[in-house]
Design a protein around this ligand. Structure first.
Ligand code: NA7
Length: 539
């Protein structure tokens, strides 16, 4: 027995919820399938201690509901995960989203039926459903990856990947979960940094297994007073408009000056100011050429290295915490709160895996080439099969039996990161090569969802039943994405931006995001729509 809808949405995170809202407004029948037992996507799954925004809280929420904007109070400049999960539940309740969401359900297969322009979807409970429109809202950082270390299953202590962290902490011990415990953290990306700072506060011992250090910078979190919140509420329109004018829709705008054109004193003072400000300003509010000119990048890289040396007591540990193979900002900058000072504590030890690699995991702990580390808890902060992972997990078949995994075997090919040839009526929110991937994500999610919504409305109005890019337009966008990335320093570093994941060697090294700036991306999407969906074939 198949359930028939106008549209099916995969995932009930920030994008899936808003897409549900917008398509429902059009009077369509819509069904959302969600693997988790609640709404929130990334903010449902990532329950590890220390998980919080790096975007200013008040720039991260939905802008489309004046009621939500006025009713929700942020308490911190960078809200913690529990607050954000509460916020998303508040929105889901207010707009009665749950009645159209089927929780605890994974979409396992989606097959396009050309005869009737329908997507036939299979679910892990054995049931099926069909719809003309299929929207993937499954998130760019959802398919988590564990390291491929021999013996990983043999560990007899407690363990979790950060993206599947137990809600009440290990053993339900909450704030006491690390007390008296020997904890190991593997991975030092944005997640690892957040979790390390928390574990270091209470663990008997914390051993950090670091493959690659990151150019972390201070978050400078703090409370938002009721007066400030009042002021924010009165200024939401202005705040969102300002975000929409910046490269990544964050509340930080690149400085128009070059790092190379100012005096040494002026540059140092500017870097210092940015380092002491809160949020991503040191990265996305810096001199405009730090991300495009290697000489400019060397200057900020040297500044941050000096900061790390000044904050870490042991010079050898400091050197181990300073990246040597890539410049500042060429990988995602983790934001930290006293992260470097953790390594001055007697209970925290840094293991440089480049010098002493992990050989295996044993029932008692982690064995490196020089030493055995007995542990009670291992936390894997080892990241994701980024951007395409959540789509790859679904067996997606388009026209003529074409599998999406085969089509993208050498890297994604899309038009506007929204659609791909051979898969009509499949829309990929925050998908590969989509402007929403290098963005203060909810800001760009709203753009993505509204564009898809308008496209679906256009199809209905003109009695079209399928939309798909032309090969020429897809080729042109794919080339444009690569050329735009080549104009930046992103390709100089291995990172998830570049599709690099050492735990999945099948993944090709290719730029996964869109580096042309969200304003330009938005303009490209608008232009295509205004020109009668130029680059797309409608039937
Ligand atoms: P990331 O940024 O992909 O970081 C994963 C970390 O785990 C990184 O330090 C990796 O080192 C390390 N890693 C991965 N595999 C291994 C193995 N096998 N052994 C040791 N260390 C390993 O993921 P995050 O969750 O921190 O952040 C993802 C995004 O989520 C972030 O950018 C935010 O936007 C939100 P490597 O870098 O590969 O050398």
């Amino acid at each position: 027995m198949s359930n028939q809808y106008d549209a099916i949405i995969i995932g009930a995170g920030i994008s899936g919820m808003y897409q549900l809202h917008k398509l429902r407004e059009q009077g369509l029948s819509v069904k959302v399938y969600e693997t988790g037992s609640g709404v929130g996507g990334a903010w449902y799954w990532n329950k590890y201690p220390g998980c919080r925004f790096d975007s200013e809280s008040y720039t991260y929420g939905y802008s489309w509901s004046e009621e939500v904007l006025q009713e929700w109070d942020y308490k911190e400049r960078f809200a913690a995960q529990p607050d954000t999960e509460r916020y998303l539940n508040f929105v889901a309740d207010k707009y009665d989203f749950r009645k159209d969401i089927q929780f605890n359900t994974r979409v396992t297969k989606a097959t396009y039926n050309e005869a009737n322009s329908q997507w036939d979807v299979e679910l892990d409970d054995g049931s099926t459903a069909s719809a003309e429109i299929l929207v993937s809202a499954s998130g760019p950082l959802n398919a988590h990856t564990l390291p491929r270390i021999p013996g990983i299953d043999s560990f007899k202590g407690e363990w979790a990947h950060t993206a599947r962290y137990p809600k009440e902490g290990f053993g339900g011990r909450g704030a006491d979960q690390f007390k008296g415990k020997r904890v190991g953290v593997i991975g030092t990306g944005a997640t690892g940094v957040q979790v390390i700072q928390e574990v270091a506060k209470t663990a008997d011992s914390l051993t950090v297994f670091q493959l690659a250090p990151e150019w972390c910078a201070p978050l400078k979190n703090g409370p938002i007073s009721p007066e400030e919140m009042k002021d924010i509420k009165a200024n939401y329109k202005k705040i969102f408009a300002e975000c929409n004018e910046t490269f990544g829709a964050f509340h930080h705008k690149f400085d128009e000056r070059s790092a190379l054109e100012v005096s040494d004193e002026e540059r140092e003072a500017f870097f210092e100011k940015k380092y002491n400000e809160s949020g991503f300003g040191i990265w996305l509010g810096n001199f405009h050429d730090i991300m495009t000119d290697s000489k400019a990048n060397d200057l900020i890289t040297d500044f941050i290295a000096r900061k790390i040396r000044s904050r870490v007591d042991n010079p050898k540990t400091a050197e181990n915490l300073i990246p040597k193979d890539h410049g500042f900002g060429t990988r995602r900058v983790p934001m930290e709160t006293k992260y470097f000072e953790c390594y001055n504590q007697p209970n925290v030890k840094l293991v440089n895996l480049k010098e002493t690699p992990i050989e295996e995991i044993l029932p008692e702990g982690v064995k490196c080439s020089d030493e055995m580390y007995d542990l009670d808890i291992i936390i894997y902060a080892t990241g994701f099969d980024a951007v395409t992972g959540s789509l790859k997990r679904i067996d997606i078949t388009g026209k003529d039996g074409l599998k999406l995994t085969d089509k993208w075997a050498n890297g994604p090919r899309t038009l506007l990161g929204m659609q791909t040839v051979g898969f009509p009526n499949l829309f990929t929110l925050v998908g590969p090569h989509n402007g929403a991937t290098f963005c203060n994500i909810p800001r760009c999610i709203e753009q993505n969802v509204e564009w898809v919504t308008d496209t679906v409305a256009y199809m209905k109005k003109n009695n079209f039943h399928s939309i798909e890019p032309t090969l020429e337009a897809e080729d042109a966008w794919t080339i444009h994405v690569d050329e735009t990335a080549e104009g930046t320093l992103f390709p100089t570093a291995d990172s998830w931006f570049m599709g690099v994941n050492i735990n999945d060697p099948s993944k090709k090294r290719t730029f996964m995001l869109y580096a042309g700036g969200q304003q330009n991306y938005r303009a490209e999407c608008d232009k295509a729509a205004e020109n009668g969906y130029e680059g797309f074939v409608l039937k």
